[in-house]
Structures are given as structure tokens and as C-alpha cells.
Design a protein around this ligand. Structure first.
Ligand SMILES: NC(=O)C1=CN([C@@H]2O[C@H](COP(=O)(O)OP(=O)(O)OC[C@H]3O[C@@H](n4cnc5c(N)ncnc54)[C@H](OP(=O)(O)O)[C@@H]3O)[C@@H](O)[C@H]2O)C=CC1
Ligand SMILES: N[C@@H](CC=O)C(=O)O
Length: 434
């Protein structure tokens, strides 16, 4: 039996889970790795805080150097944020320690430099928990699908926003209330705007695309929209037309080493799409490769236990994996504005809207000016009425055309891409009101 010293940076939601998992499943890890992982020091910000786990007080420090001096071979970074985390990870790698982190922002922004440092020092830098919480998605791409050319990734990559959208729909709760709940449950980032504005999903998509396409991904190349604009009216109307609204992360490579398109934003999925029923804090990733065709991995995307699971799996692998060799990352062109051409769900909120007959005649009117309307629905919510249209072959100029044709005072107009509807699956006659 080999004793391995571990330094834990952070004892919040994830750090607490990691400490408990290392303690409670020590026997499992020992049996499977022959190694006994012992936490020697825990770095925190506030040494006086009451901790959610017993017996840690004598391990706590606020001095990072004490961690490095405690005979550790593995450092686990679960403090989050960028600058301090970066400095600690860099110093731990420089000192010859293996590093495991759950920090997607750090890996998306500084991963390239830190991986080069890890290679130079002959140590591992592992970050399975940075993407998809407990889902072993990076390992699946890196180790289990290594003979495939993965060309498309479609994912629900943020647990907080998926939880919010689900609770808004299923319980009719308000956005702010559900956001508070997701913070209490430990799903949200320290600054939850990273979740709700889509940045967290963007970091995760960049990490996935880099690994799957072996391509350098710049965060600026990922158009990103969050869920602040999604209302419960939009969710209700989309559902009536047969769709779920999800914060979707998409990446596609057109041919080997070919151009790449990337996008994060709310989108409609038809109810029979594999990701449409992924609810609550669950995440899911569909990977499409040349031989495997498609594989969908689903699991809890945030929270103490699933995230700790991914961190501790990395810890168990750190001394068993082959050393990272040279990287073959390419710089393919990135396609921008791959937003047009597909179907769009357009929501118009107003005070006065046509009923069923009016909606049908509106469709005729729009079709006369060559706006192909696939589905149309209206719904009333208190003093507001909402019109929802699924339009084919979306073009940015449609917004103004629509406003002119509607000829009514519009309180709000929002539009979402509609994903994954094949021609033969399209709903033919869909005019709903309520
Ligand atoms: N929560 C989740 O579901 C998931 C989180 N992650 C990632 O894991 C990381 C941690 O998240 P989470 O556990 O939720 O965060 P928390 O805010 O719950 O915990 C952060 C911990 O780090 C400590 N800390 C923060 N800054 C410093 C610093 N400068 N020096 C020393 N200690 C510091 C805090 O100390 P103190 O307790 O004294 O305040 C706290 O213990 C983040 O990168 C996050 O993105 C990844 C997947 C899922
Ligand atoms: N805040 C993140 C935590 C996990 O990465 C999320 O909600 O997905």
C-alpha cells in the first residue's frame, strides 16, 4: 500500500464533498488503486467558519505554502475564480505535484499554459469535474472514444440554469426564487451571473471542443446568450407547440481539421429529442463521432456529491494514467454567425392579439410575403397575450418584417433557434391557443 499526501484547496460545496468522499470511500480507492489518499492540509479563506464536516479543524490553514510543505503529491483545487486559483495551480505544478481541479474558468482561460507546465514537469493536470459535474465526459472523449473523429457536441452543460428552467416550467416559480434555491443547494457559481448569462456553459464547451476537435478554442469565438430573457410565457408556449427550452451548448467541426462553429444559448428542442427530457440539475452531452455515430451521457451536472465524485475519480487516476505527451492542437477557422438559415421560434408579447382565427389568417398573411410559418400559437397571461411562431429559414431581417406585418404595439420580441427537427418530424398543422 502506497500512502499519497493530498492538499485540498477549498472547503466549500465541492471541497466538503471531496473530503467526505476521500474519507468514506477510502477502502474502495485502496482496493482499486493500491493507494491510500490522505488529506494533509486544507486551504481556506476564513479559518473561523463553521465547517460542514467534522474533524477537519486541525488540517485547516490560510497559508498555501503550508500545503506544499506538508509532503503532498497531489493538490486538489476547488476554490474557484481565476487569479488565486491560477497562482496556486501553477505553483503546485512547478513544485512537481499532480493537480486535480474542478475550475472550468481556469482551464478554459489558462489551460493551455498550465498543461504545458504539467508536461514540462512530468505531472498530471486533470479536470474531469470541470465539465458536466459527475458525468465522465472528458474521460469518455479522451480515453474511450479515442479512435473516433468526434465532429459534433450538443450539450446541456449548466446545472443551475437547467434547474431554473425546469422549476419555472414545472412549478411555475419565478426566476429569482429558483435561482436562490439553486444557490442554497450549492449548484450555482459564487457569482451566479456566470451561470445565468451562459459563461459557465461557454467555458465548458470550450474545454470539450478543444479536447474533441484537438483545436485551439478562443472564448471570444463562442457567441453566448444566457437565460435572463427566457420567461415562463415563452416556456409555456413552446411546450404547447411541442418543444422544451434548454440552455444549449453546441459545437461542430465541418470535416477533419475543418472550420468549427460554436454557440451557447437558449434553444427549443422537440419533445422527442434525447436532451429535451433532461431536467433539473441534470446535464447531458451528445457526442457524434464517425464510427460510434451518437452517444449521449446524462448525469447530475452540479452539487456536492456528483462533482466530488468526478474530482475523486481524477485523484484515483492521477498516478495511473500515462504521462501526457505532446499535444496536437490545431488552429482551424471558426465560423461566426452560424445563426441563420434554420428554424426559429419567435415570441411576441403584446396587449391585443388575434385569437385562433386571427392567428391562422396571420399565418396566411406572412406566407404571402414568403415567410414560411411552420407552427403558430397564442396564449394569454393576465393582461398580456403572447404569440409564438416557428418560422423556417430564419433571417435577421425577419424581425422588422414581422413587426411591420403585425401592425400592433409589441411589448417584447424574443427569438430562439429550434434545434434537431428533421423535415419528416415537423408538426404539420399546429395552431394552438389558450
Ligand atoms: N458547486 C458545484 O456544483 C460545482 C462547482 N465546480 C467548481 O468547483 C469550484 C469550487 O466551487 P464551490 O465548492 O461551489 O465553491 P464554494 O464557494 O462553495 O467554495 C469555495 C471554497 O474555496 C475557498 N476559497 C475561495 N477563495 C479562496 C482563496 N483565495 N484562498 C483560499 N481559499 C479560498 C473558500 O473558503 P471559505 O470556506 O473560507 O470561504 C471555500 O472553502 C469552482 O471552480 C466551481 O466552478 C465545478 C462543478 C460543480
Ligand atoms: N454552477 C455550475 C456548477 C457545475 O459546474 C452549474 O450549475 O453547472
Amino acid at each position: 500500500m502506497e500512502r499519497i499526501g493530498v492538499g485540498l484547496l477549498g472547503l466549500g460545496t465541492v471541497g466538503t464533498g471531496v473530503y467526505k468522499a476521500l474519507r468514506n470511500n477510502q477502502d474502495v480507492l485502496l482496493r482499486r488503486t493500491g493507494q491510500l489518499f490522505e488529506v494533509r492540509k486544507i486551504l481556506v479563506r476564513d479559518p473561523y467558519k463553521t465547517r460542514q464536516v467534522e474533524g477537519v479543524q486541525f488540517l485547516i490553514t490560510t497559508d498555501f505554502h503550508e500545503v506544499l510543505q506538508s509532503g503532498v503529491q497531489v493538490v486538489i483545487e476547488v476554490i474557484g475564480g481565476l487569479e488565486s486559483a491560477y497562482a496556486y495551480v501553477r505553483d503546485a505544478l512547478t513544485a512537481g505535484c499532480h493537480v486535480v481541479t474542478a475550475n472550468k474558468e481556469l482551464i478554459a482561460k489558462r489551460g493551455k499554459e498550465l498543461e504545458a507546465l504539467a508536461r514540462q514537469k512530468g505531472v498530471q493536470l486533470l479536470y474531469e469535474a470541470a465539465v458536466g459535474g459527475g458525468i465522465p465526459v472528458l474521460g469518455s472523449i479522451g480515453y474511450l472514444l479515442k479512435a473516433n473523429r468526434v465532429h459534433r457536441i450538443t450539450g446541456i452543460l449548466n446545472g443551475t440554469t437547467n434547474y431554473i428552467l425546469t422549476e419555472m416550467e414545472q412549478k411555475g416559480l419565478a426566476f429569482d426564487e429558483v435561482l436562490r434555491e439553486s444557490q442554497e443547494k450549492g449548484y450555482a457559481e459564487a457569482d451566479p451571473s456566470s451561470d445565468v448569462d451562459g459563461h459557465d456553459a461557454k467555458y465548458k464547451l470550450a474545454i470539450l471542443a478543444r479536447l474533441a476537435f484537438e483545436a485551439e478554442i478562443s472564448l471570444e469565438d463562442i457567441p453566448c446568450r444566457g437565460i435572463r430573457g427566457v420567461t415562463s410565457q415563452d416556456i409555456t408556449l413552446a411546450r404547447r407547440l411541442g418543444y422544451a427550452i434548454k440552455l444549449l451548448a453546441q459545437a461542430e467541426q465541418y470535416g477533419e481539421k475543418g472550420p468549427i462553429s460554436l454557440r451557447v444559448g437558449p434553444a427549443l428542442l422537440p419533445e422527442n429529442h434525447p436532451l429535451a427530457g433532461v431536467n433539473g440539475v441534470h446535464n447531458a452531452v451528445t457526442l457524434e463521432g464517425d464510427w460510434v455515430q451518437d452517444v449521449t451521457l446524462v448525469g447530475q451536472g452540479a452539487g456536492e456529491q456528483p462533482t466530488a465524485s468526478a474530482v475523486v475519480e481524477d485523484v484515483g487516476n492521477v498516478l495511473r494514467l500515462p504521462r501526457i505527451s505532446g499535444s496536437t492542437v490545431e488552429h482551424p477557422p471558426v465560423l461566426s454567425g452560424a445563426e441563420e438559415g434554420g428554424s426559429r421560434f419567435v415570441v411576441v408579447e403584446t396587449e391585443a392579439l388575434p385569437g385562433l382565427a386571427g392567428a391562422a389568417s396571420l399565418r396566411d398573411k406572412l406566407e404571402q410575403i414568403n415567410l414560411e410559418v411552420e407552427q403558430i400559437g397564442t396564449a394569454s397571461f393576465g393582461s398580456s397575450t403572447v404569440l409564438g411562431l416557428v418560422l423556417c429559414h430564419w433571417n435577421a431581417s425577419y424581425t422588422n418584417i414581422l413587426l411591420a406585418e403585425l401592425g400592433i404595439e409589441v411589448k417584447r420580441l424574443e427569438h430562439y433557434p429550434v434545434i434537431g427537427v428533421r423535415k419528416k418530424d415537423r408538426v404539420k398543422e399546429a395552431v394552438v391557443t389558450g
